[in-house]
Design a protein around this ligand. Structure first.
Ligand code: NI
Length: 255
């Protein structure tokens, strides 16, 4: 019984076979999924999927890479969707210094606006961070993001950064990279994260876990992530599944 807290079943890569992919996940014991929207098209599709399947929830937000494209109307639309019964979080949002489509100051502004909105609508936030560890932590502190908390998605930072985030009510979520053979730091960090702060995800169709690295990722593979963490923590898969699912349900207020 697993909760994949970060899927993009709304992505073009699943256009032809999304129902089969969902079916396969269910048969592998993936009971719940959170489908993440990050621009106009994927937000719309995430909400559609959440309306179609009772075990799929949605998050709505604007990706930092495309920060330059977000309008005031988009932000208003996100606010309206925040009241939808299946929308459980805002995001993904954050900072991405790997790509340079959106300048850093624009990314920060769009990130701040979404944090303000999350506090207004009282929903947790899902953070995308690429090569921006310290700026993310500083901005979350400045904006008092601890009021809503949320998820550090596909966490790849140091244990020190993880601790700063946990202090601000963020869960640390691991995905496919923790299973990679050469992923020394993610493995060391995952081992140290307290059970009550841990989540698992796929970020599918991206970042497929070993042995599917480089292939299209899908929610059924979240089991491989959970198995890897169980091994690192010297616990059973059942213990990891039970606790991470309870954590996700608590954060998303799913009863
Ligand atoms: Ni994502």
């Amino acid at each position: 019984m697993l909760f994949d807290t970060h899927v993009h079943l709304n992505a073009d890569q699943f256009e032809d076979d999304v129902d089969e992919v969902i079916e396969r996940a269910k048969s592998e014991g993936i009971e719940w999924m959170n489908c993440i929207g990050f621009d106009r098209k994927t937000i719309k599709r995430a909400v559609e999927l959440a309306e179609k399947y009772e075990f799929i929830y949605a998050s709505v937000g604007w990706h930092p890479v495309d920060a330059v494209d977000m309008t005031e109307e988009d932000l208003q639309w996100i606010e309206e969707l925040a009241g939808h019964p299946k929308v459980v979080a805002l995001g993904e949002m954050g900072l991405d210094y790997h790509w340079d489509k959106s300048p850093k100051d624009v990314q920060k502004e769009v990130f701040r606006k979404q944090i303000h909105l999350a506090k207004k609508v009282k929903l947790p936030i899902i953070i995308h961070n690429r090569d921006a560890d310290q700026d993310i932590v500083d901005l979350l502190k400045e904006e008092h993001a601890e009021d809503v908390g949320g998820i550090m998605h596909c966490f790849g930072g140091s244990l020190e950064i993880a601790k700063e985030c946990m202090k601000m009510n963020f869960y640390i979520s691991f995905g496919g990279p923790v299973t990679f053979k050469n992923a020394k730091r993610p493995k060391q960090v995952a081992k140290e994260i307290p059970m009550d702060k841990l989540l698992v995800e796929t970020d599918c169709p991206f970042l497929a876990p070993h042995p599917y690295r480089g292939k299209r990722n899908e929610p059924s593979y979240v089991k491989l992530v959970a198995e890897q963490i169980a091994e690192l923590k010297e616990l059973s898969l059942e213990e990891i599944a039970q606790q991470t699912t309870a954590n996700a349900n608590k954060l998303f207020c799913i009863t």
